[in-house]
Design a protein around this ligand. Structure first.
Ligand code: HEM
Ligand SMILES: [Cu+2]
Length: 624
């Protein structure tokens, strides 16, 4: 029993280990069988002109069956379904690295699985970005044969980046791993559900990535109707893939919300809740509000395609989809960057050993960003509006800079006159703040209809949102990975290699994407593989830096991976952080806190009045 963990659910009660197929392989097999059976059933029973084996309806239902087969095959069958019917299973949960390749209920394993899945999505979508940039090296078509191929690549890139990286990496990955530790809990609130939700991510990524199998689609990451209704069937895999990815994020958010509300250690009151936990709670609420909305929109769009319902094609309705999409689409931007804000405020007090300045305002800022984000959607549609309709949306959009400014204020106040340790995480976070500032400032321009109407659908926009998303989210994600690496792996990275990585991506990122603004202002349109010849020199050179940037991300991934496997053993709490996760020495698969810790003070008070924030009963373990 001593090797058993508190987290192991009841299915591991007496069993005789039985040999079985590797779960990932079995998942694929069951998915294939599910697809074939249901696809055949539908395509044979529902008569279609010409009797093709794969019809839009059959592929949709076949996909659902495949998804169910995949989830069951990965281990849910033994771990969830059979026990639910009282059937004992003879299945031993895997140990060692194999744990990561099957269904798990350990929030730490799930967290790592999410990080890995997101990173996989990042590199798949990044590869698509490289293809786009190579195509754009010339003003004529040369890599792709058809414009549709370029547009599908744009769609795959944007879709996978948004729904499997932006929405998932910080919330599903670090949220799952860190939050239960950070609030002094041994499990998350719904570990079984959480274990299932993870496996939707690879399914979703693969569905989107293989969408061209069903034909090219031309609507980018937004799936615009009624345009999409004219697209080939590939768009079906866009809707289905995104549905799987958003469902995963929705389940993560339900789990994190319940965990933060109900599983806090004694003494961890709301005004002591760590700022990263506030960020995760805020973003989870955003997800709970907006993801169901976009999921319903996608179901309607799917029905418009598969069942030919005239939902978006009736007279006057082209705007319907746009309203529905951007109602979600703008909050999505904050779903992506709010965790980034929280990371700035979490990591910099530790690195500067100074109390978090105006902490309450930081939290208020997060909550107000969340509230305002749902009131600005039409700034994506200024070209479709009358002048007098633009005013409120322009106004609310510019208002968002106020609560966003709180995040900057809190961090700058904290850094003021501090002795900042310029470690790799610090540098990444400062870079993230700088980049996001550029994204935010160009956003103020775009909020102004006069400028927006000039820059709409140009590379100025593409520059703006990459600054916000890569600048705000990807840079802080990297910073957080370096910051928590000793926690995640028990090992330390090499500081010199880390700093080189930070400088590398910072320089190449800025050289690449500032030129997107210039290209946009010179008249470079987005969603076109062919452009005016006078733009070619700049595009050529931008593509070179884009590839260098891609290599920079690869370099950082390698540095982190290498440290993970081979790095020197890390101290338990190398940064001297006060939050609860540093009090737990548990590696994966073991109990976080053998005895419930008690929170007795603030996590962010440093300096003279500094005291321990946490009391561990029993062992009088002190941190320093
Ligand atoms: C090496 C890094 C990257 C490069 C070089 C790059 C390049 C590009 C380019 C050239 C486009 C516009 C294509 C066009 O409109 O013709 C684009 C679109 C887009 N990118 Fe990236 N990108 C990168 C990373 C990212 C990341 C990290 C994210 C998000 C997490 C992201 C999200 C998007 C989105 C949402 C679109 C819009 C797609 C659409 O219009 O439907 N990109 N990217
Ligand atoms: Cu917006």
């Amino acid at each position: 029993m001593s090797t058993m963990t508190a987290m192991e659910p009841e299915y591991s009660v007496p069993f005789v280990a039985k040999k079985r197929m590797p779960p990932v392989l079995r998942g694929f097999l069951w998915a294939a069988v599910g697809f074939l059976v249901f696809n055949t059933l539908i395509s044979e029973t529902v008569p279609t002109y010409g009797h093709p084996f794969v019809t839009e309806l059959s592929v949709t239902i076949g996909w659902v069956a495949a998804l169910v087969g995949w989830i069951l095959g990965i281990g849910t069958w033994e771990a969830v379904v059979k026990p639910a019917f009282g059937i004992a299973t003879r299945w031993a949960p895997a140990t060692g690295w194999r744990r990561y390749l099957e269904y798990s209920t350990d929030h730490k394993v799930i967290g790592i699985q999410y990080v890995v899945a997101s990173t996989g999505g990042f590199f798949i979508a990044g590869f698509a970005a490289m293809l786009m940039r190579v195509e754009l090296m010339k003003d004529q078509m040369w890599l792709f044969q058809l414009p549709q191929q370029y547009l599908t690549t744009v769609g795959i890139h944007g879709t996978i980046m948004m729904f499997s990286v932006g929405t998932v990496a910080l919330v599903g990955g670090l949220g799952n791993y860190i939050i239960p530790l950070m609030i002094g809990s041994n499990t998350s609130a719904f570990p079984k559900m959480s274990g299932i939700s993870l496996w939707l991510v690879p399914a979703g990524i693969l569905t989107v990535a293989f969408s061209p199998l069903l034909g090219y689609w031309t609507t980018g990451w937004r799936g615009y109707q009624p345009l999409a209704t004219q697209d080939a069937s590939g768009i079906i895999f866009y809707y289905l893939g995104v549905f799987a990815l958003t469902l995963s994020s929705l389940l993560v958010s339900i789990n994190l919300t319940a965990t933060i509300i109900f599983k806090r250690a004694p003494g961890l009151t709301w005004n002591r809740l760590p700022i990263f936990a506030w960020g995760m709670l805020t973003v989870s609420l955003l997800n709970l509000i907006w993801l169901p909305e976009i999921m319903m929109t996608f179901i309607l769009s799917l029905l418009a395609h598969v069942a030919q319902l005239p939902l978006f094609t009736a007279v006057g309705s082209p705007l319907t989809y746009m309203e529905l999409f951007w109602l979600f689409g703008h909050p999505e931007v904050y779903i992506v960057v709010v965790p980034g804000f929280a990371l700035w405020q979490e990591i910099l007090p530790v690195m500067s050993r100074k109390s978090l300045f105006a902490e309450k305002w930081g939290v208020i800022g997060l909550v107000f960003v969340m509230a305002l984000s749902g009131m600005v959607w039409a700034h994506h549609m200024f070209t479709n509006m009358r002048n007098d309709e633009m005013m409120p949306f322009s106004f609310f959009t510019e208002m968002i800079s106020i609560p966003t400014g709180f995040a900057f204020m809190v961090v700058i106040g904290t850094l003021w006159k501090s002795k900042l340790r310029l470690t790799t995480p610090t540098i990444f976070i400062l870079m993230s703040m700088f980049n996001f500032l550029i994204g935010g400032l160009t956003g103020v321009f775009l909020a102004d209809p006069v400028i927006n109407l000039q820059e709409h659908d140009t590379f100025f926009i593409v520059g703006h949102f990459h600054y916000t998303i890569i600048g705000g989210m990807v840079f802080s994600w990297l910073g957080a990975m370096y910051y928590w690496l000793p926690k995640l792996s028990g090992r330390m990275y090499n500081e010199k290699l880390g700093v080189i990585g930070a400088i590398w991506v910072f320089l190449t990122f800025n050289i690449t994407f500032t030129q997107f603004f210039i290209l946009g202002m010179k008249g470079m349109n987005r969603w076109v593989p062919v452009y005016m010849p006078y733009l070619q020199n700049m595009n050529f050179e931008v593509s070179i830096f884009a590839v260098l940037l891609g290599l920079g991300f690869l370099y950082n991934a390698i540095v982190i991976l290498h440290a993970w496997r081979r790095g020197p053993k890390a101290e338990k709490n190398p940064w001297g952080g006060k939050t609860l996760e540093w009090y737990s020495a548990a590696p994966e698969g073991t109990v976080n806190f053998p005895e419930t810790p008690r929170v007795v003070g603030s996590f962010y008070v440093y300096g003279d009045e500094s005291e321990e924030a946490v009391v561990l009963p029993g062992a009088a373990i002190s941190q320093r």
